[in-house]
Design a protein around this ligand. Sequence first.
Ligand SMILES: [Zn+2]
Length: 126
Amino acid sequence: MAVILPARVLLDLKARADAQQPYECCGLLVGTPGVVEQAWEFANSSPDPVRRYEISPAHLISAQKRARAATRQILGVYHSHPDSPAYFSPTDLANAVPWFLYLIIGTDGWRLYDAHGHTVEATVIE
Ligand SMILES: [Zn+2]
């Protein structure tokens, strides 16, 4: 089943990826099962932000609370690849949370994956 992605969220993510160059941007995909409604941006707290991203545990915990209060779920993570395509890297695979979706914004556009690195079909809506 295709995941619903609003066009405005994708536009936002492209803008965030550009704004964070040469660092990776990162954040969380939030919504209801199968439907992304929002993307929450977080600071990249990796010590090597040009090649890695990390959302701090404190930010993850507060995001979890915020989502619950809004009766929404954290569906996954987005991040950018500032100088490479939107492929699911070995690092992405090693750090993947099994039930999360992964949206990657790369030099060739964006792609959505499951935690195993398999492409997930997305339906972009206005
Ligand atoms: Zn990556």
